[in-house]
Structures are given as C-alpha cells and as structure tokens.
Write a protein that binds this ligand. Structure first.
Ligand SMILES: Cc1ncc(COP(=O)(O)O)c(C=O)c1O
Length: 173
C-alpha cells in the first residue's frame, strides 16, 4: 500500500548543498541564535509583503505572522475561531489530528463535512447547510486536495467566495 497522506519528497531531489550553505549563513548571523519578535523575523515578513503585493494583495509586514509550517498556522486559527467549522471530505489528515487536539482543550464547536469531486468541494452542498442555519467561522479547503490531488475549479472558488461574503465566514486555504 502507498501512503499518499504525506507529501514526502524523494531525498534525492532535495538540494542538500544549497540547504547546507543557507543553514551556515543563518547561524553566522548571531541574531538567528537570539530571541526575535514573536510575529517572526522582520526582514522575512517585509519580503513576504512584497511577494504578495506582486499577486495584487496590498499589505505590509504588520499583517504577516510567521509560523513553523502550515500546521502551526492551522492550529492557531482553530483556537482563535473556536466555533463551528466546515471541512471538505476527504481532507488533509494532519488537520483532522490537530483539530482533535485543539478542540480537546477548549469548548469547541461542530465540524461539518462537505464532499468533494474532481471539481473541488461541492459548493451547492455547503450552500444547503448554510441555508439550514449553520454559521461556520471558517471553511478549510486545500486547492490541490490531499489525499485525492483534485484541483478546485475556478468557478467553484468564485461560488465559495460569494457564499463566504453572504454568510460571513472565512476561507482558510
Ligand atoms: C494540505 C496540507 N497542509 C499542510 C501540510 C503540512 O504542512 P507543514 O509541514 O507546513 O505543517 C501538508 C503536508 O503534506 C498538506 O498536505
């Protein structure tokens, strides 16, 4: 059986010499061995702000927080938005695990699941539960779904955005 739940790269594809060089550069800068701002390294946040600007999003470093990977960000969000949420079915196994963990510590909410097909999450199914009165704080979706590899169609994304505006929930992608 091949486990497709983790995106583990072939070690031969990893640019080890470049990673070594970059790691050495990092520890040669003494600041990297000291405490830094809670929100993350300022220069990296400034560079990220410029990068998202290239994609048409106006922001600055004060709106950017660095985390140790996507899982930490998802973990913080699931605590912050401690209400009902919607996920697609199937979804990334790591998110389910951290939800169980974070909701175990707090009052939590309900987790609603919406099936997906090759076009992405079935948005009309989401609309049905919203019309019935479900008011999630956020929807968690993965554009290139893990584990299916399905890519959300642009029309589905637009439809999702309309629902998010109408029913006032966030989309975490
Ligand atoms: C959809 C998805 N989110 C997050 C992760 C893990 O992210 P990170 O290692 O940055 O916490 C994976 C890993 O396979 C993933 O498939």
């Amino acid at each position: 059986m091949i486990d497709l739940s983790f995106g583990i790269p072939d070690p031969e594809l990893l640019p080890i010499p470049l990673i070594k060089e970059a790691s050495l550069k990092v520890i040669e800068d003494i600041r990297s061995l000291q405490y830094g701002p809670v929100e993350g390294y300022v220069e990296a946040r400034e560079a990220l702000a410029k990068l998202v600007e290239l994609r048409g999003i106006q922001t600055d470093k004060n709106n950017i927080v660095l985390t140790s990977g996507a899982k930490e960000a998802l973990y913080i969000l699931s605590f912050l938005m401690n209400k009902d949420i919607v996920i697609e079915e199937p979804t990334y196994q790591g998110f389910i695990s951290l939800l169980k963990f974070s909701y175990g510590f707090s009052y939590g909410g309900s987790v609603y699941t919406i099936p997906l097909d090759s076009e992405g999450i079935k948005v009309e199914e989401l609309e049905k539960i919203l019309k019935k009165g479900v008011r999630p704080s956020f929807l968690y979706t993965v554009t290139i779904n893990n584990p299916t590899g399905y890519v959300t169609h642009d029309d589905n994304k637009k439809y999702l955005l309309e629902l998010a505006e109408d029913y006032d929930f966030k989309i975490i992608e």
